[in-house]
Design a binder for this molecule. Structure first.
Ligand code: CP
Ligand code: NVA
Length: 311
């Protein structure tokens, strides 16, 4: 049984570990802005494997690793043997003998779990069909940066019961806040997938009406109607999701100082109106930047452990 610490889903870390990571990410962000030396990962190499497209995940991990003094290898399905059916176990055995850390963006969660099982080094989930933990870590960091502790607050999830929604649900239960969820029929979140038998109804509530889900929320958040890998369902989804567009009327149901977030990429006029995503309550650009700061803290934690410099 391997004792290597991986980050495959949000539940892999405890609330105490998140308290450390969020504090350390704030410190790393401050040092980055002041051009202070923070090369804690000199001589470490990260391999990034992308089986789906990416802008933010690639740039944030790659730039972040260089800033920490390490280096990066970038692989995709098309330009590696992964796309020519080399078994995932063999890829994990080989790649993990040459690098210190692996980040994977792929389809099924079982695939990243299999890679981790055969890896000699920590593995980070850079998005699967089921989960997107690095994004939710950045979103929570961004919320705290703007509004203080998220504990006891209400987050409204409007739209697909997808990888983002599953991860929000894990975070709500672990960090003690409430998730309001409104998804079209057929696209609901499966709380058993995210939480198994441990699902605690105190941390989530489902709503048929997206407007009602927003009532009292401190944060309203959404995502694309068609996630990567589901493109063939696009026409059907466009119809099913038509009423799940975050607009200013929906935002008006939330707290007057509610924030708006979107992991991006966004489609203005589909899941969100331009006046919301480009409006005063939106923090999407901070949210995107913060991917880099939280992932730097995450990589450092997995490779060299806790640092004393967090204040
Ligand atoms: N939010 C996010 O993961 O963006 P990319 O798909 O561009 O990496
Ligand atoms: N749910 C989206 C998130 C993209 C960052 C997808 O999986 O495509």
């Amino acid at each position: 049984m391997s004792t290597i610490k991986h980050y495959l889903q949000f539940n892999d870390f405890s609330a105490d570990e998140y308290a450390y990571l969020l504090a350390r990410a704030a410190k790393l962000k401050q040092m980055f802005k002041k051009y202070e030396n923070h090369k804690t990962l000199t001589d470490h190499t990260l391999a990034m494997i992308f089986e789906k497209a990416s802008t933010r995940t690639r740039v944030s991990f790659e730039a972040g690793m260089y800033q920490l003094g390490g280096s990066v290898v970038h692989l995709t399905t098309n330009d590696s043997q992964l796309g020519r059916s080399e078994p995932i176990e063999d890829s994990a055995r080989v790649i993990s003998r040459m690098v210190d850390l692996v980040m994977i963006r792929t389809y099924e969660q079982t695939k990243i779990e299999k890679f981790a099982e055969f890896s000699r080094v920590p593995v980070i989930n850079g998005l699967t069909n089921e989960f997107h933990p690095c994004q939710i870590l950045a979103d929570i960091f961004t919320f705290i940066e703007h509004r203080g502790p998220i504990q006891g607050k209400t987050v409204a999830w409007i739209g697909d019961g997808n990888n983002m929604a599953n991860t929000w649900l894990q975070a709500a239960q672990l960090l003690d806040f409430k998730l309001h969820i409104s998804a079209p029929t057929g696209y609901e979140l499966d709380e058993k997938l995210a939480l198994g038998a441990k699902a605690d109804p105190a941390h989530f509530q489902t709503f048929e009406s997206p407007q009602e889900a927003c009532v009292g929320a401190h944060l309203v958040t959404t995502d694309v109607w068609t996630s990567m890998g589901y493109e063939e369902e696009n026409a059907k989804r466009m119809k099913a999701f038509a009423n799940w567009k975050v607009d200013s009327a929906m935002m008006a149901q939330a707290q007057s100082d509610a924030l708006f977030m979107h992991c991006l990429p966004a489609h203005r006029g589909e899941e969100v109106d331009a006046d919301v995503i480009d409006g005063a309550q939106s923090v999407v650009w901070d949210e995107a930047e913060n991917r880099m700061h939280v992932q730097k803290a995450l990589m450092e934690y997995l490779l060299v452990g806790k640092q004393s410099n967090i204040h």
